[in-house]
Design a protein around this ligand. Structure first.
Ligand SMILES: NC(=O)c1ccc[n+]([C@@H]2O[C@H](COP(=O)([O-])OP(=O)(O)OC[C@H]3O[C@@H](n4cnc5c(N)ncnc54)[C@H](O)[C@@H]3O)[C@@H](O)[C@H]2O)c1
Length: 476
């Protein structure tokens, strides 16, 4: 079979950009991205795409209507496809067995059932969603149990490693593409078909083929190890604040060791989609009766969670232990810059804690929709009445910071670096506080202007914390 028609189930942060790049690089292949959400598809077909990603507009404009289509008609797209990506969401379960840890695979199962119901010819089904090890087997069970005569399936695992905010660049210049499949002639043939698609722009030596389970586990392992680095540097940032060391200097010194390398050594209040995947790994370890391994990876999550609590506690403590009745501005609500995605964003936790403590919050983010901020805060238990009375959302940083007691920088948007902080200081309540949760601002300049500045991993002008030394840790 030579793949001429691709269908992607799920037009989200992964399905949309990935298939747009495939369409760009494979003009002879028809790519149809479908979603059960009519609204999302309408946005993909409009001038304002449903997700913000640098470079995405250009790629979509170059291909849409030629060999790239966004459609709500899932059945038609499945019918004509030779190869189907499953790129649906796999959120952490919020109920039942594995609640709070296991991924909810209902959307993956729903996608597999849709394929089984509709398919009338052989299909290569590619798992792009991040799933637990052995998910491919479950998909195959559903497909086989509902198979029409004469239709056969091959399931491949092809996890996506793109990062939001740099998705297009990550897709165009992927470090590696990973394809796992069945160890059989039919499985190898299917792997080869998918390799040939990626070979349109990725050199063969960067396309890795493995068995299905290794591919599924590698995705979880990669995210777990990245998160572990962040947890490690975040843990050291607390030691820096207590001792007078500076985490930026420590990270530089450590990162110059070629065995360690400089990437992913940035201490911050964090926020990323790692948590769900590591929870998934913890759950797998528990199910495999590997409690020590589960506890190890759980501690990585705990450390990153702790960083958010530590930072927010520092804000409250600095503001004389009460934020009740104070106006606090949150700059940035997305989980990182260059995306409008707020899933697992640290800003949600910061805003909720401050609202619970009686503060009034003003928020500015260049890309997050107002409705999303409202939804996120309602989801964590803030009532609509409390949101109405204590939350304001602004269209620029200057209006958002006016009359505030404090600014909390939660997302590292470039535009926050170049704001006129003299002007901002002049219109704030005094003393004016600024908490840089991303370590992107010029702290010396802010101190010079008159701000009280706090950040992560370094002390800016405060006295040393009392240190107690002892030979036995219990005595401390
Ligand atoms: N977002 C990332 O940065 C990233 C990176 C790598 C991997 N992943 C993984 O990729 C997967 C997708 O993530 P996302 O961020 O694109 O999710 P998303 O929520 O943005 O998009 C998923 C889409 O799938 C649609 N959908 C669900 N069931 C469907 C069905 N049966 N048919 C058609 N559409 C259906 C939903 O309506 C939704 O629009 C997840 O498993 C995620 O863990 C995400």
């Amino acid at each position: 079979m030579v793949v001429k028609n691709i269908c992607c189930l799920g037009a989200g942060y992964v399905g949309g950009p990935t298939c747009s790049v495939i369409a760009l690089k494979c003009p002879e292949i028809k790519v149809t991205v479908v979603d059960k959400s009519k609204e999302r598809i309408a946005q993909w077909n409009s001038d304002k795409l449903p997700i913000y990603e640098p470079g995405l507009d250009e790629v979509v404009k170059a291909c849409r209507g030629k060999n790239l289509f966004f459609s709500h008609d899932c059945n038609a797209a499945i019918l004509e496809a030779d190869l189907i990506f499953i790129s649906v969401n796999t959120p952490t379960k919020t109920f039942g067995n594995g609640k709070g840890r296991a991924p909810d695979l209902k959307f993956v199962e729903g996608a597999a059932r849709m394929i089984a119901d509709v398919a009338q010819s052989n299909k290569i089904v590619v798992e792009k969603s991040t799933v637990p090890v052995n998910a491919a087997e479950s998909i195959m069970k559903i497909l086989k149990a509902n198979q029409r005569p004469g239709v056969s399936y091959q399931i491949l695992s092809n996890p996506e490693f793109l990062a939001e905010g740099t998705a297009i660049n990550d897709l165009l210049n992927a470090d590696r593409v990973l394809i796992g499949g069945e160890e059989s002639p039919a499985g190898e043939a299917a792997i080869e078909e998918l390799c040939q698609i990626y070979e349109h722009w990725i050199p063969r030596k960067r396309i890795l083929t493995t068995n299905t389970w290794s591919s599924e586990l590698s995705k979880l392992a990669a995210n777990a190890m990245l998160a572990q680095r962040i947890s490690s540097i975040n843990s050291l940032s607390a030691v820096c604040e207590a001792t007078g060391a500076d985490i930026a200097e420590v990270a530089r010194a450590v990162g110059l060791d070629s065995r360690i390398g400089p990437k992913f050594l940035q201490a911050s209040i964090g926020g990323s989609c790692f948590q769900k995947d590591i929870l998934n790994l913890v759950y797998i370890c528990e199910c495999l009766n590997l409690p020590q391994q589960a506890a190890y990876w759980q501690s990585v999550i705990d450390m990153n969670e702790h960083q958010k609590h530590r930072f927010t506690a520092k804000v409250i403590e600095s503001l004389l232990n009460t934020v009740s009745g104070k106006k606090i501005c949150i700059l940035g609500f997305a989980f990182k810059k260059n995306t409008g995605d707020t899933r697992e964003s640290a800003a949600i936790y910061v805003a909720k804690t401050l609202l619970d403590e009686g503060a009034s919050i003003s928020i500015y983010d260049p890309k997050v929709e107002n409705s999303q901020i409202h939804e996120d805060l309602k989801y964590v238990g803030i009532t609509p009445e409390h949101i109405e009375s204590h939350l304001s959302i602004f269209k620029d940083a200057y209006s958002a910071t006016k009359d505030c007691h404090a600014i909390i920088l939660c997302t590292e948007w470039d535009e926050f670096v170049t704001l006129d902080y003299e002007a901002i200081y002049d219109q704030m309540m005094k003393p004016a506080y600024i908490f840089d949760g991303r370590k992107i601002l010029d702290h010396n300049n802010l101190l010079r202007i008159g701000f009280h500045v706090e950040t992560i991993g370094s002390r800016l002008g405060q006295p040393f914390k009392n240190r107690r030394y002892s030979t036995s840790p219990q005595a401390l």
